[in-house]
Design a protein. Structure first.
Length: 166
């Protein structure tokens, strides 16, 4: 059981870094692709007409968009699940992360509120939706995973030996 806990503690930092790398790659790759998805974004009539009349999506997008949407949904679901398990581990093993349960709960609540506000803003105030915007909540959780993973490293690092001079 202790080996599982050790392995799980080591997963937190790399999982955050891997998701952030995927998120930044999606920002770079899909920043010029407009997604029309009424479930996540209300598009104005003027923007809808512009999309129909003027906007031309890249040729590669027309051929592969279904694959990218499927991959995006799978990756976001898998990492959301992993991050929630990581949060439970951080909550239970808080001493390894130099934090308190109250701090974990407040941080998770702040991330949830920020995610809600960001999605509201994107839904009603952003002109065009981009594919990477689906993963903004996971990106915030990934940043918290990186933070907690670095704190865990610092907490588990052995203290330097005391010298005889001091």
């Amino acid at each position: 059981m202790k080996t599982i806990a050790k392995v799980w503690g080591r997963v937190i930092l790399p999982s955050g870094i891997i998701y952030l790398a995927i998120f930044l790659a999606a920002v770079a790759a899909f920043s010029d692709v407009i997604v029309v998805d009424p479930a996540y974004h209300h598009i104005s009539y003027e923007n809808w007409i512009w999309c129909l009349d003027v906007y031309k999506s890249p040729a590669w997008w027309d051929l592969t968009s279904d694959y990218f949407f499927t991959a995006e949904k799978i990756v976001n679901f898998a990492f959301r699940l992993l991050f929630h398990i990581n949060l439970a581990y951080i909550f239970i093993k808080r001493e390894q992360f130099l934090t308190t349960r109250k701090a974990v709960v407040l941080t998770v609540a702040a991330i949830a509120i920020l995610d809600t506000v960001l999605h509201y803003y994107i839904r009603f105030y952003v002109d065009f939706y981009r594919m990477y915007m689906y993963g903004t909540g996971n990106a915030m959780l990934a940043l918290y995973m990186v933070y907690c993973g670095l704190k865990r490293r610092k907490a588990l690092k052995p203290a330097p030996p005391l010298s005889a001079d001091s």
